[in-house]
Design a protein around this ligand. Structure first.
Ligand code: HEM
Length: 147
């Protein structure tokens, strides 16, 4: 329906530029919750945002998140088919110390990125459509986290 169309149309160009848009999203994420930075230590120490944003491992994770969003957009008609993948993804985040509430903060950062990129195209209907999709993704990750 209308929601899927809003999501697909708005993602079309964003999805082709995953890293720059992902960086906007994660920069916002760390503004909303700077403590999340400590979960991205990897092998290199990255305690401050600018250092973190230039770490290859960190940029890889930014890309990974954008690829998951891309997969959700491409499976809007059968989000259930991502269930096993998302359960497993939630479990992996539990293992690396990410709390489930933080998934919602990522959602806020995602909406912020959409707002920055889409300008006047960022309408209440579009916001709600994205929130609905992201909520489904996070619900599955949260179930996996708790398993
Ligand atoms: C893996 C942190 C949210 C997608 C990881 C890893 C860390 C991490 C430390 C393991 C190292 C790595 O693969 O880079 C976080 C933090 C988050 C967050 C702090 C903030 C709440 C998300 C979200 C998604 C996501 C919302 C997707 C919607 C992935 C993927 C992997 C991953 C696909 C790779 C899993 C695998 O190895 O199979 N994350 N993550 N992350 N994350 Fe996140």
């Amino acid at each position: 329906g209308k929601d899927k169309e809003l999501i697909r149309d708005s993602w079309e160009s964003l999805g082709k530029n995953k890293v720059p848009h992902g960086i906007v999203m994660f920069t916002r994420l760390f503004e909303l919750d700077p403590t999340l930075l400590t979960l991205f230590n990897y092998k290199t120490k990255c305690g401050v945002v600018p250092e973190c944003l230039s770490s290859p491992e960190f940029l890889e994770h930014v890309t990974k998140v954008m690829v998951v969003i891309d997969a959700a957009v491409n499976h809007l008609d059968d989000l259930d088919s991502l269930e096993d993948f998302l359960l497993n993804l939630g479990r992996k985040h539990q293992a690396v110390g990410v709390k489930t509430q933080s998934f919602s903060v990522v959602g806020e950062a995602l909406l912020y990125m959409l707002q920055c990129s889409l300008g006047t195209g960022y309408t209440a209907a579009l916001r709600q459509a994205w929130l609905n999709m992201y909520t489904i993704v996070v619900a599955a990750m949260t179930r996996g986290w708790a398993m």
